[in-house]
Design a protein around this ligand. Structure first.
Ligand code: PMP
Length: 326
């Protein structure tokens, strides 16, 4: 018999799938690391489990404890899976721009969810960063995960996602392209691939309204770069410790409209029903066209599943209301 001891045993070992139509104008082979095959339907299951395991080993997370995290949904889902299996209480603190589906899913997985305003400074006591930190001081036997600065986030991708991509491509991968939020995925995978082959190029996808690209190019944290945007999961108004700028060769920014339009096209043209950072990543790839040659093997990572965006990128009224389609 072949079975997993519990659902956590099914995390990782996701497939690599060729893109055939949307990137046909590129000269290279484009392969998608398809992370929706994880049990929580996103890449975040990997780092959630790693962060919990490391906290248990360090004695920070104790039996019967409460896990608290500020999360846009996917990390919350990954943490919630592990919390259910391992017997912890889970509290997710989320910003109000996140889709209702994400909130309902977290509740379905037994989490308590606190919704905070998006348009406030990170230091504001109402922000989701501040609220998560405050709850962790008020609730006894609780642990604030802090995926932004927690090194186990990057470690998970260095130990699993990176090696999988290296092995699945027989070491032929030449470029890794991925959306950047906490930075765990790009830093962990990027440093693993560069350790195996220093010539591998690593590109980050950023959004308009986020600080990453400008900071990478100038070393300046420019507050003028910060304004509200629609794309979920990528871009930040802070510099998380998990973004290792040294392993990143460059960033390209993708507009909210392009991210939404390409997410819808991924479903219609590649039969890939994915979240909106996947659309951003595909458009980013096309923007990077001049960097690729015919022998290149480009791996792009798709973080999460389309089901969390049915009221948004997959809803024509929403797309029209935002001016993304005529
Ligand atoms: N896309 C989605 C949908 C996400 O939830 C996240 C995580 N914030 C990312 C991309 C970025 O991944 P990372 O946090 O590892 O940089």
């Amino acid at each position: 018999m072949e079975y997993a001891e519990n659902i956590l045993g099914t995390i990782g070992n996701t497939p690599l799938v060729k893109l055939n139509k949307l990137t046909a104008e590129l000269p290279c082979l484009v392969l998608a690391k398809y992370e929706t095959f994880n049990p929580g339907n996103s890449v975040k299951d990997r780092m959630a489990l790693q962060m919990i395991t490391d906290a248990e080993e360090a004695g920070i997370l104790k039996p019967g404890g409460t896990i608290i995290e500020g999360t846009s949904g996917n990390t919350g889902m990954g943490l919630a899976l592990a919390a259910v299996v391992k017997g912890y209480k889970m509290i997710c603190v989320i910003s109000d721009k996140q889709s209702k589906e994400k909130i309902d899913i977290l509740k379905a997985m037994g989490s308590e969810v606190h919704v905070c305003p998006t348009d406030v400074e990170p230091e504001d006591p109402r922000s989701y960063y501040s609220t998560a930190k405050r709850l962790a001081t008020e609730i006894p036997n609780s642990w604030y995960v802090n995926q932004y600065d927690n090194p186990s986030n990057t470690k998970a991708h260095f130990l699993s996602t990176g090696p999988e991509i290296w092995e699945q491509t027989d070491g032929k991968v030449t470029h890794f392209v991925v959306g950047v939020g906490t930075g765990g995925t790009i830093s962990g995978v990027g440093s693993y691939l560069k350790m195996k082959n220093p010539n591998v190029k690593v590109w980050g996808i950023d959004t308009y309204g986020s600080v990453f690209k400008k900071y990478h190019e100038t070393g300046i944290f420019d507050k003028n770069e910060i304004y509200p945007y629609i794309t979920e999961g990528i871009g930040e108004d802070i510099l998380p410790k998990n973004v290792n700028f040294d392993v990143i060769d460059g960033f390209t920014k993708v507009t909210d409209k392009d991210a939404a339009v390409y997410t819808a096209r991924l479903a219609k043209e590649e039969a890939m029903f994915l979240g909106n950072s996947a659309g951003a990543a595909v458009k980013g790839l096309l923007q990077l066209k001049e960097h690729f040659t015919k022998d290149d093997v480009v791996v792009v990572l798709f973080h999460d599943h389309g089901s969390r965006y049915v009221g948004k990128m997959f809803n024509e009224d929403w797309m029209r209301e935002k001016g993304f389609i005529d």
